[in-house]
Design a protein around this ligand. Structure first.
Ligand code: FE2
Ligand code: FE2
Length: 268
């Protein structure tokens, strides 16, 4: 199976890039399923029911989230009927689910949305909870398992990969909005510390630069704004899984309308 994964889609510029490029790329690269982190898809905060419907229509098949999942309360209702995950390692009393099994032409793919500890809201230990999630997915017949690890620190993400390589198919990080240069396959497991955002590339992690600069100058909480116009980027990792094993992968970046860069994974 060939899987596409997109990181934090930020605001209307991010949604515009999905709407402009994703269906064409799915066809061009014969991608079976696309998972995307949409925690910032609606003006940077959560994803509204309307925007979720728009993104599903334009090629996203499964949505994951993170610390911004709850920014729009209406998401709780959407989670009941739509393939929208929230972090797995939240307390059981929190609505929604953190993992699911997708059927892809008869093969089963397990998807887990996990959240890190460092600078994040209260959650259970991701290193312990992920083992429970992987076991459960395998018991449900999913040989292939993908994790969106929504975490701030590169060490936390790398340690999770070190713990799980050889057992699952892929771990790709989200949350920092900045892509890292470490696309690697080791022991049949794909790893990328952070895929980076889809949205504006010339502000500060997808938002207009004015508020973040004022926050850092003063310590005061200036509200973030998504620029009406900006230079944009689309970022997606595409990977092939046979059984449990990730065989090959590449990352595609599209700048604005057409300019395209493809980076191949390093095989260790
Ligand atoms: Fe984010
Ligand atoms: Fe986040």
């Amino acid at each position: 199976m060939r899987i596409g994964f997109i990181g934090d889609v930020v605001g209307k510029p991010g949604r515009d890039m999905i709407n402009s490029h994703l269906k064409r790329l799915k066809n061009e690269f014969c991608i079976d399923i696309v998972i995307a982190n949409t925690e910032n898809a609606s003006h940077g905060f959560g994803v509204s029911a309307k925007n979720a419907a728009e993104l599903f229509k334009n090629g996203i098949d499964v949505m994951s989230g993170g610390n911004h999942t709850w920014d729009r309360g209406e998401i709780v209702e959407c989670m009941k009927t739509m393939p929208i995950l929230r972090p797995y390692n939240l307390p059981d009393i929190v609505p929604g689910r953190g993992s699911m099994v997708c059927d892809i032409n008869g093969a089963k793919l397990g998807v887990i949305n996990l959240m890190g500890h460092f600078t994040m809201p209260i959650c259970d230990n991701p290193f312990l909870k992920v083992q429970e999630a992987v076991k459960s997915l395998k018991e449900q017949g999913a040989e292939a398992v993908f994790i969106d690890f929504h975490a701030e620190s590169t060490s936390e993400k790398t340690a999770l990969f070190a713990m799980l390589k050889g057992e699952i198919s892929a771990i790709v990080g989200t949350h920092t909005h900045i892509g890292t240069d470490d696309l690697t396959i080791d022991n049949g497991t794909l790893f990328l510390c952070d895929i980076g955002l889809t949205g504006c590339r010339d502000g500060v992690i997808g938002v207009d630069k004015e508020a973040p600069i004022k926050r850092f100058l003063t310590g005061l909480n200036y509200p973030f704004e998504i620029p009406k116009q900006c230079k944009k980027i689309f970022q997606m990792v595409v990977f092939d899984v046979d059984g449990r094993v990730c065989m090959d992968a590449f990352k595609i970046k599209i700048y604005d309308e057409n300019e395209r860069e493809i980076t191949k994974a390093r095989h260790e």
